[in-house]
Design a protein around this ligand. Structure first.
Ligand SMILES: *[C@@H]1O[C@H](CO)[C@@H](O)[C@H](O)[C@H]1NC(C)=O
Ligand SMILES: *[C@@H]1O[C@H](CO)[C@@H](O)[C@H](O)[C@H]1NC(C)=O
Length: 460
């Protein structure tokens, strides 16, 4: 109920006029035949309503979601660690280290459980309190409506109902758009219909020092490396990186235990160091945009050897065709490397294709070579990132601080292009600097303003 309604209520109270003429003055006597309007009561109802919505917001509900998802992931990880420990019980040193990691993990899970317990009991308490307040407000409103002589509130309520129905109608209309098409059985996946999560959400040992970075798992690991995670920070000017950090498991990454650093170069930046955040790891080699060039770099993690292959000479590099949106440019994101079930691709833009996105398969031989290429009509600077699932490229755009949206797809099998996707990604921080799909766990890995985040892709 708004202030203007109070005003209307006051002037619609039936009035009786007494007019008396004495000399030149005209005096009006005003008598209200109804009881006085209990404005205090109304104010109280308004305040209570505001408090109610303040304490029960959808934000707090997603907190609960997030806690549950995080817990699920951690317990799974713990199980895997325990299995690993059992297998390794002959190597004493390894077992001792693993055991202490598992103990830490136990403590963290207990902590999460306690948090969950606190959150659920908070909700229970809130629920009971809100129900009582709601009953109270209902009584007050019934009383207040007695003053609604002109039926202003009734009409207003009717209006609200019609508005709501209209909104609902709009939503239903939107929902009938067909979902993106990935033919069933391709890669054993159905249509991608949703992105849920975050499933994991964490800061790294570097805290908030580096807003640009990348992380994930090797999409085609060597036997024994399946649980390894890699992390690269752009430690120089938010643009350049010169070493790769690896952890043996997700838990050790989250806790910052026992990293192994492999240096591409001892100084930064220099020839062949990393430029821009959108790199990937595949078969124990890192693929990225080489420093100050339009070439693809392949860094062999074992031999530390670097091989390169050049993209077309009119390819945008050095911040010519970066990912962007109206408010922000994601600096030096000219080249985006992605992995899917079939290998590595590089996403870039050229002047001859008008700054629109080009997809090239990177054959991961030594040296790497460019394979099949597809030209799209997606202007690169209107997208904020891309990733590929089963031969379909998806692009995201920035909706607002809380939401990134998958709005575009290009199917490399059929060359079908769509701009009408509306799959939202719930962000924990404002910007996503890195995004990639891991075909091994069907998760999206994001680096978002120094936070490492995963999301689950839902296929029909
Ligand atoms: C949850 O918290 C309540 C008190 O708020 C406590 O009595 C109960 O034992 C807790 N449950 C668990 C599983 O920790
Ligand atoms: C990296 O080096 C190792 C050892 O020489 C080799 O077996 C492997 O094929 C190399 N990887 C790539 C991608 O060239």
């Amino acid at each position: 109920m708004s202030r203007s309604n109070i005003f209307i209520l006051i002037i619609t109270i039936p009035l009786t006029f007494f007019q008396s003429v004495s000399g030149k003055d005209c005096v009006c006597d005003l008598k209200n035949s109804d009881p006085a309007f209990p404005e205090l009561k109304l104010t109280k109802v308004e305040t209570t309503a505001a408090q109610c919505t303040g304490t029960i917001t959808s934000e707090r509900m997603t907190d609960l979601d997030r806690l549950l998802l995080g817990l699920q992931q951690r317990i799974k990880q713990l199980e895997e660690n325990v299995v690993m420990l059992e297998k390794e019980d002959d190597k004493k040193l390894y077992a001792a280290v693993s055991l202490s990691i598992i103990e830490l993990e136990f403590a963290e899970i207990q902590d999460l459980l306690n948090k969950l317990n606190r959150t659920t009991s908070d909700y229970h308490h809130l629920g009971v309190q809100a129900a009582a307040q709601f009953e109270d407000m209902k009584d007050s409103m019934v009383e207040l409506e007695k003053f609604d002589n002109m039926q202003v509130i009734k009409k207003d309520r009717e209006n609200q109902r019609v508005k709501r129905e209209l909104e609902q109608c709009k939503i239903e209309h939107k929902a009938t758009l067909p979902p993106p098409t990935v033919p069933p059985r391709r890669c054993g996946l159905g249509q991608m219909v949703n992105v849920v999560g975050p499933r994991t959400y964490s800061i790294t040992v570097y805290s908030t020092s580096y807003p640009y970075g990348a992380w994930g798992r090797d999409a085609k690991p060597a036997p024994g490396d399946e649980n390894k995670y890699w992390l690269v920070m752009l430690t120089s000017s938010n643009v350049y990186g010169h070493y790769v950090r690896q952890y043996s498991t997700l838990s050790t990454l989250l806790l910052g235990i026992g990293p192994k650093d492999t240096y591409i170069s001892s100084s930064n930046p220099t020839t062949n160091t990393i430029q821009g955040p959108n790199m990937v790891m595949y078969a124990n080699a890192l693929y990225y945009n080489c420093y100050y060039s339009y070439s693809v770099c392949q860094f062999n993690m074992t031999t530390r050897a670097i091989s390169t292959v050049a993209l077309p000479s009119d390819t945008g590099y050095n911040n010519k065709f970066p990912f962007a949106h109206l408010g922000t440019t994601y600096i030096y994101t000219d080249m985006d490397f992605v992995t899917d079930e079939s290998g590595v691709y590089v996403i870039y833009a050229t002047t001859s294709n008008f700054g629109n996105v080009i997809i090239s398969k990177v054959e991961t031989s030594n040296p790497p070579v460019l394979g099949q290429t597809w030209k799209t009509s997606l202007y690169k600077m209107t997208a904020t990132n891309t990733f590929m699932v089963c031969g379909v490229l998806y692009a995201t755009r920035y909706l607002d601080k809380e939401t990134e949206q998958i709005f575009y797809s290009y199917d490399t099998k059929t060359k079908e292009e769509r701009f009408d996707l509306k799959i939202n990604i719930k962000k924990m921080q404002t910007n996503i600097e890195f995004l990639n799909y891991d075909p091994r766990d069907n998760l999206l890995y994001a680096y978002s303003d120094a936070y490492i985040v995963t999301y689950e892709l839902i296929f029909q």
